[in-house]
Design a protein around this ligand. Sequence first.
Ligand code: URA
Length: 427
Amino acid sequence: MNFNEILTKKVNGKKLNYEEIDYVITNFTKGIISEDEMSKFIMEIYKKELSFKETLYLTNSMIKSGELLDFSGINKVIVDKHSTGGVGDKVTLIISPIVAASGLGVAKMSGRSLGLTGGTIDKLESITGYDVNLDKEKFITQVNNIGIAVISQTNKIAIADKKIYALRDKIGAVDSIPLIASSIMSKKIASGADIIIIDLKVGKGAFMKDTKSAKKLAKTMIKIGKIWNKKVVIILTDMNAPLGKSIGNALEIKETIDFLNGTYRDKRLKTLSIEISAYMISKGKNIALKKAKNLAKNILETNKAYETFKNWIQSQGGNLEELKDKAKTIEVYSDKSGYISEIDANEIAQICNELGSGRTGKRIDIDYGVGIVLNKTLYDEIKKDELLATIYYNNKINKHLEEKLKNSIKIIGIKPKEKNIIISVIS
Ligand code: URA
């Protein structure tokens, strides 16, 4: 067996077996197959797709490229949640304490973002003192005692995925169903949870631009999960507008605190957070979805989620009184009266990145304090000269950002019909 034979077989439209796919993945991970060679292989998959069996073989080989986490020291049912990435997405920070307060375990490894805005770990690192690297014993003890631990993804699970993902990004082969399915499922299966809820974003700010392809991706991931004996639920959600009113690392921690203590709860963010919590609780406790939803709402309303959140952050060394939120502000006012019908998630993310909240380009260090806080969100009424949003910045700000922000928010004369953030649920 050699690489060229395998590539030729794929180019000729033949199906690959496990040994052939594993040969490519293993040797690319070891550095024996070069990036140029692997790019050709990835592009073939991107153009021709893979059969389900080939997608499963790819996933299995990627799982095998790293460690499988072992949660046998945890005395709770572990439930996991994954998001394919949204703008202003602070859902993990909200649902983890809700689910933990129901008695389940959230033992999570999250990522730093490489993209326009920060990932969950970047957001947690905007809390002074928060330790993203607990050792195994402390991690397990914290999940047993409090119900949650969230640490930074180690480089040891699904090692092939990291290398392949970076290459896909470079050659423009990200939005492919077999490649996304194997990437997500290899990480999730290796991360050890038996119950996995996936928030699959659809829309302008997402990899999946339309519902039809998102459903196809969802069905592939569920089928892979079944073979690995995992309960997988996929919630297709709208990602045309940011989630909540704050976008930026420390700003999103503030919104999370306000959400959990009841000061301010954005409607779309609440609908999504309750839905995801309900599925995690329903599957984890084996109870009806309606009962699980009521339990999630009750945990939120009675402040149990807020108390659990504070215990979790404190246990990992974080001081919620000391956020890394240093920034100056500029207020942006509306040019006209009407209703907000669209907020372009992609544009907002680009502005936040220009302010310093993401890692695109050459930037390595992100600025935790910068970002945008919307004063009005989707479907809200706004008057001319009313505050539209506040920009949080540290470095000199370019005047065009204010215009860009205004242009990313569409205001129309009549009240738009509200779309449900939940598109459909597949399990
Ligand atoms: N998220 C992942 O982890 N992998 C992908 O390929 C796309 C989204």
